[in-house]
Design a protein around this ligand. Structure first.
Ligand SMILES: [Zn+2]
Length: 86
C-alpha cells in the first residue's frame, strides 16, 4: 500500500519506510507482557518481540492534514475516526 488517500484529500505516501503517519495500536496487556519479557534473562528475541506486537496490534494511519485516524480491519479495509465537534 504505497499511497493512501484520506477523505479530506490528503494523500499519504507510505512507500518510504515508516512515515510519521503510520502508527500501531497495541493492547496494554501485550505491552505489559513485553516489558516483563525484557526483564527476563531468556526473554524474547528482537524478532519475537516484533512478531508479538505485529500479531496483536492494529495498524493506524493518522492524516497529517485533518488528524483523522484510519484503523485497519482484519480484512484489510479501513474505518475512519475524526474528532467530534458539537
Ligand atoms: Zn485527512
Amino acid at each position: 500500500m504505497p499511497k493512501f488517500a484520506c477523505r479530506c484529500g490528503c494523500v499519504m505516501n507510505l512507500s518510504t519506510g515508516w512515515s510519521d503517519c503510520e502508527l500501531s495500536l497495541v493492547p496494554e496487556n501485550i505491552i505489559e507482557e513485553l516489558i516483563v519479557s525484557l526483564d527476563k534473562e531468556n526473554g524474547l528475541s528482537a524478532e519475537q518481540f516484533v512478531e508479538k506486537i505485529d500479531s496483536k496490534s492494529i495498524e493506524v494511519l493518522r492524516c497529517p492534514q485533518c488528524n483523522r485516524l484510519w484503523l485497519e480491519n482484519e480484512d484489510g479495509s479501513y474505518n475512519s475516526y475524526i474528532k467530534e465537534t458539537e
